[in-house]
Design a protein around this ligand. Structure first.
Ligand code: GAL
Length: 729
């Protein structure tokens, strides 16, 4: 007779001997990613969970699946999860575990890009700003303090994933993980320490034993067994750095991001399809659309600086999650034909033959019988009637025809027959009854802040990015400078950006913001000065922190070092740079959390004399949302620049008064080599007019909408609108 102890021991041994039956084995060879022993062709798309809301996730993932995707790729956003050191947030749209489980339930794989540097047009590239404040830290290099923090966070994420059995090795959907992001693009700037750092990243990642392959994108010297992958508009020419690594494309940009003051980017679907077909014709095994759904930069998450709130990206699913046609449909058809050829592509042998006139055919044959062909017309200006194997095919310029069995044309990248649709916005019945109150600036106009320093401080280091705003305040007794004094003097401020508002003796004298990508600028304004005591208060605001480039984390912002000067009689200059400057971080309205519904009993709002074009003003209204599932947006045309909250949730920064420049709106020809400066629209229009109000943030009862307007705007023009999709062919 066996004792119960013996039985349990036996069971335990059996459990260890039998591999978990649900585990998915992911490996690779020089040709492909191999899943459970089978080489695969995989089509993936990026959807970043914090750029939508949890109620949108199942629909987005379903539409991705129907669009022919096998996998969803996402970054992990460190600064969203750990805004304060040691205090974590994984709730709401930061619940990435829930997101991964929804992908799993839909039967798709996940590519998890932990970074934790992510770029992504995300504030500070995903790094928490408290990292920057740690003495002695140097980011993304061989620095012990940084490496310890990076390892700490990466391990935390990996453990959260492991605890839920989400790696493929545990039966979960995650088939690939990524460490770092495009470090190869900037590595040389970090000298030998950069090389040591990337080796450390590889070792650290490996030590986490995730049981699935790791990738490093744009990293030509990625140490074994890291797979180096390609990012770009075209990756057919890419070869990995070891013959034993497969050819992977982690970012195929479906469009591009937009900055304030810029027109809207678009990438023609004929060009994307061409790039994808070329990639698979040239031995690719996995390609990922960046983005498949771009979404929205809620709160203060947009980076840049100057990245707009919409992260639409001209992706196959639009900002709100609607199917964008013909992009979605034309790519779906391509995925379908590529999938039919999957086995031939990854097990077959390829041969390319030049047919003359820039035309080539790449033929894949497997087992000597089944075959598939790509007829490639790389000419940017001539269509070709190609004769191949006795048949004639019309191959438009810069296009690829896919021939099933090397006979029948089943797809051509430039022959688009998916329908076309358009986004239409229509006003809802929702009524706004606005109230207002000024931002209380009495204290700051009187030089009252929380600390002082005899210099002009750098803004990010000073605020820790807890707010966009920093007040710089000083005063000067001009009776001591009577030979320089004149009734009107010039205030001159040098700032590193991004926006300033200037007040002298409690009067607003002007605002200025950086334009044309030049974040450093000079502000100069003539102002009345008293013979005696004068107050100078400067409100400096940031608009997203840098997210890309070597040492992006060290870019300085604010009136950092100035100089700040007064120019008086006979151009005599009084330098105020080393005065005693008093500081206040953030707005009083932010301290009082004026935007939170829970604070409203304590706050007095005015209903009369609703101001128009008044700077630094708060506005509030209650409103009802129409029933149904239509996407809701706020039309903020008429407003200047500011922030909007719905029931206390920030829907992002707005800046409709920033009109897009005239660059890139020439007619678009898909046959040109694409870059993000081409094929733009909406030149001369607000760079962003409509702002997503996710249903997830609204309730059935009255909803609270609060705006903080920075420059001044016309609140009466605002309306809540419904988005619908109209088919136009
Ligand atoms: C890549 C980067 C992405 C994103 C993209 C542009 O360089 O890896 O995170 O920033 O560019 O949208």
């Amino acid at each position: 007779m066996m004792t119960t102890r013996r039985i349990s021991l036996l069971l335990l041994i059996v459990c260890f001997l039998i591999p978990p039956s649900l585990a998915t084995n992911v490996t690779y060879d020089g040709r492909a990613i191999i899943i459970n022993g089978e080489r695969r062709v995989l089509i993936s798309g990026s959807i970043h969970y914090p750029r939508s809301t949890p109620d949108m996730w199942p629909g987005l993932i379903q539409k991705a699946k129907e669009g022919g995707l096998d996998a969803i790729e996402t970054y992990i956003f460190w600064n969203a999860h750990e805004p304060t050191k040691g205090e974590y947030n994984f709730t709401g749209n930061l619940d990435f575990i829930k997101f991964i489980k929804i992908v799993q339930d839909a039967g798709l794989y996940v590519i998890l890009r932990i970074g934790p540097y992510v770029c992504a047009e995300w504030n500070y590239g995903g790094f928490p700003v408290w990292l920057h404040q740690i003495p002695g830290i140097e980011m993304r290099t061989d620095n012990e303090i940084f490496k310890a923090e990076m390892q700490n966070f990466t391990t935390l994420i990996v453990n959260m994933v492991k605890n839920e059995d989400l790696f493929a090795s545990q039966g979960g959907p995650i088939i690939i993980s990524q460490i770092e992001n495009e470090y190869g693009n900037i590595m040389d700037k970090y000298g030998s320490a950069g090389k040591r750092y990337i080796q450390w990243c590889a070792n650290m990642a490996e030590s986490l034993n995730v049981g699935v392959p790791w990738v490093m994108c744009q990293q030509e010297d990625a140490p074994s067994p890291m797979i180096n992958t390609c990012n770009g508009f075209y990756c057919h020419k890419f070869t990995p750095n070891r013959p034993t690594s497969p050819k992977l494309w982690t970012e195929n940009w479906t469009g591009w991001f937009q900055g304030w003051g810029q027109s809207k980017p678009h990438r023609p679907v004929e060009d994307i399809a061409y790039a994808v077909a070329y990639f698979f014709a040239s031995g690719g095994t996995l390609q990922n659309y960046y983005m498949y759904h771009g979404g929205t930069n809620f709160g203060r998450t947009s980076g840049g600086p100057y990245i707009v709130t919409s992260y639409d990206y001209d992706a196959p699913l639009d900002e709100y999650g609607n199917i964008r046609q013909p992009k979605w449909g034309h790519l779906k058809q391509l995925h379908d034909v590529i999938k039919i050829m999957e086995k031939i592509l990854v097990y077959g042998v390829a041969n390319t033959t030049n047919l003359g006139d820039g035309l080539a055919v790449t033929k894949y044959i497997a087992n000597g019988i089944s075959a598939g062909c790509f007829l490639i017309n790389a000419n940017q200006s001539s269509d070709i009637n190609a004769t191949y194997n006795g048949k004639t095919y019309f191959v438009p310029s810069k296009s690829i025809s896919v021939l099933s069995n090397c006979e029948k044309e089943v797809y051509n990248t430039a022959k688009v027959n998916a329908p076309t649709n358009l986004i239409v916005t229509t006003p809802t019945e929702s009524i706004f009854n606005w109230q207002w109150r000024p931002e209380n600036i009495k204290d700051t106009l009187h030089e009252k802040g929380s600390f002082s320093n005899n210099s002009l401080l750098e803004q990010i280091m000073t605020t820790g990015d807890t707010s966009d705003y920093l007040w710089y305040m000083t005063s000067i007794d001009l009776s001591k400078f009577h030979q320089y004094w004149s009734k009107k003097m010039k205030l001159h401020v040098n700032t590193k950006g991004h926006i300033i508002h200037a007040f002298v003796n409690k009067h607003f004298i002007g605002s200025q913001y950086a334009v044309n990508g030049k974040y450093e600028f000079e502000f100069e304004q003539t102002t009345k000065m008293r013979k005696g005591h004068n107050y100078i208060s400067l409100l400096s605001a940031t608009n997203g922190l840098a997210n890309y480039g070597a040492y992006f984390d060290l870019q300085r912002v604010g009136i950092d070092g100035g100089p700040v000067k007064l120019i008086g009689y006979g151009n005599a200059t009084i330098n105020l740079t080393s005065n005693t400057w008093t500081y206040k971080i953030g707005l009083n309205g932010e301290d009082e959390q004026l935007y939170l519904p829970s604070q409203q009993q304590k706050i007095k709002w005015f209903s009369d004399h609703l101001p128009i074009n008044r700077p630094l003003t708060w506005y509030k209204t209650l409103f009802e949302v129409p029933e149904g599932n239509d996407t809701l947006v706020l039309d903020l045309q008429g407003m200047g620049k500011g922030y909007a909250w719905v029931n206390g949730q920030s829907i992002g920064r707005y800046w409709p008064s920033f009109i897009a420049d005239d660059k890139g709106c020439e007619p678009c020809d898909y046959r040109q080599e694409y870059d993000s400066n081409k094929c733009r629209t909406d030149c001369g229009k607000p760079s962003q007019r409509w702002y997503h109000v996710p249903r997830y943030f609204t309730t059935k009862g009255p909803n609270t909408l609060i705006l903080f307007e920075d420059f001044g705007g016309d609140i009466s023009k605002i309306s809540l609108q419904k988005v619908s999709i109209e088919s136009i062919s």
